[in-house]
Design a protein around this ligand. Structure first.
Ligand code: AMP
Length: 459
């Protein structure tokens, strides 16, 4: 997963992009970057949080009225410096920069074709393919150029390009990942989520439609569509609503906070717990659903654990050692609240199960009498090929296990998941979502090579 931003026609484009990146930090904590254009491209990118990568001097050097920006969480390629974005190339003296969110599913095929035609790859990211394709596609007319290039891609992409002073934004035909459009002074702002528009005081106009391409030059915007777009085949990632997106964002025609509250309420209807003392969330991701659950069940809501906000999301650090450390350091239970109580713990999802188990152990150590865990989505048993780092089925704790077996692993007194129908029933347009991680029904063919590192060693 990643966060992307595009700014056009603003005298301080890179500074606006920088602020926007802060709002999208949750979408990727591994690396950050901004590219801007005045008469030439300026680019700064590195591993680390937005705060670590930029300082005042760096921002001052990013001149120009157009900019694109990126926060990275790797779903293809390792987390190394070469794989930071925006990715920049110069073709026939024309600089082309790209920032991409999502995963292509025909990476291997495109890569092989491009290499056969002489492309030399510098990174192991599928995103690099986009600029090679762009360079090879005849480009006398911007509209045809981008349609022809993007039509070759399969899978998930919400993407922004900066070609000299032109900003281009696009979303794949299924609309897996969000992308929104805002008005910012005379120009425009594109961002993964509306929370980035709010922070920069851009006015939300609308979401970019699945399959739509917008070409923005100065204050002019043109919209066109990829051939073969079919509104009935939308497949927005439901996990954005469950966990990934920020609750203050409005994506997929809904507010994320309200969706999570509805998920919690639905869960309470399906899986209540009798005589519990209170409902508590695993902060922060479970908070909104726990509120919905507690309201519906008319049981008190307590914040039984306090989050250390100076630690980022735990799963994003790729190595297991760091992940374990971050799990331990991040949340502290309040034993005076928990001791001797029968608690309902609401969590958005269980992926590998390690975080949940360590949390449950801490709640137990804090003196809970009984722990009943409720999850606001069904068991995740299939990998994601469209941009969420759900690894192979074998690494997913619910795969091949009954709910009782998962409960035993997590060490809870009871465990229940929200049903698929229940989850979909609270979505505004329930047919417009991808739920392949629960059902294995992949809306776009999955890649032949399934490794996250499929381009490693090749580039
Ligand atoms: P665990 O119990 O280790 O599966 O961790 C569960 C928590 O991590 C939940 O809040 C999940 O929503 C969150 N999470 C979200 N995305 C991922 C991911 N790609 N890999 C692992 N955990 C994730």
């Amino acid at each position: 997963m990643c966060g992307i931003i595009g700014i056009s026609d603003h005298p301080e484009a890179s500074k606006i992009a920088y602020l926007g990146l802060y709002a999208l930090q949750h979408r990727g904590e591994e690396a950050a970057g901004i590219a801007s254009y005045d008469t030439q491209v300026h680019i700064i990118k590195d591993r680390g949080l937005v705060f670590d990568v930029f300082n005042e001097a760096a921002l001052d050097s990013l001149k120009g009225s157009v900019a694109i920006a990126h926060t990275r969480y790797s779903t293809t390629g390792s987390s190394n410096v070469k794989n930071c974005q925006p990715f920049l190339v110069t073709h026939r003296n024309r600089p082309i920069a790209v920032a991409h969110n999502g995963n292509l599913t025909n990476t291997e095929e495109l890569y092989r074709k491009l290499e056969d035609e002489g492309s030399i790859f510098q990174t192991s990211m599928d995103s690099e393919i986009l600029v090679h394709l762009l360079a090879k596609t005849p480009n006398h007319d911007y509209k045809k150029w981008f349609v022809d290039m993007l039509a070759q891609l399969k899978g998930a992409f919400s993407v922004v390009f900066m070609v000299e002073d032109t900003l281009v934004g696009a979303r794949d035909r299924q609309g897996f990942r969000p992308l929104v459009l805002g008005k910012l002074g005379d120009g425009y702002m594109l961002a993964s989520e509306t929370c980035a528009l709010d922070l920069t005081k851009a006015e939300f106009i609308r979401e970019i439609e699945p399959g739509e391409i917008v070409i923005i030059k100065g204050s002019k915007i043109e919209s066109l569509f990829l051939p073969g777009c079919d509104k009935s085949k939308k497949a927005q990632c439901i996990f954005e609503n469950i966990y990934f997106a920020r609750p203050d964002s409005h994506i997929f025609n809904d507010n994320v906070y309200l969706v999570r509250k509805r998920l919690g309420a639905q869960l309470a209807k399906e899986s209540p717990v009798k005589d519990a003392d209170f409902v508590m969330p695993i902060p922060d991701s479970g908070v909104y659903a726990a509120l919905g659950y507690a309201n519906e069940l008319k049981v008190p809501f307590e914040v039984g654990m306090i989050r250390n906000h100076y630690i980022g999301r735990t799963f994003i650090q790729p190595s297991q050692f760091l992940r374990d450390f971050r799990v331990r350091v991040k949340l502290n239970p309040i034993s005076d609240v928990i001791r001797g109580k029968k608690v309902i713990v609401v969590e958005d999802s269980i992926v590998r199960g390690t975080t949940s188990r360590s949390r449950v152990r801490e709640i137990r150590k804090a003196g809970a009498k009984e722990i009943h865990m409720r999850i606001t989505c069904p068991p995740i048993i299939f990998p994601c090929f469209y941009g969420i780092d759900f690894p192979s089925s074998e690494e997913l704790i619910a795969y091949g296990k009954t709910v009782a077996e998962v409960a035993k692993f997590i060490e809870v007194d009871s465990l229940e998941y929200l049903s698929l129908d229940g989850m979909l029933s609270v979505m505004k347009d329930s047919g417009a979502f991808c739920h392949a991680c629960f059902t294995g029904k992949y809306p776009v063919d999955v890649p032949s090579n399934k490794s996250k590192y499929q381009l490693e060693g090749k580039a």
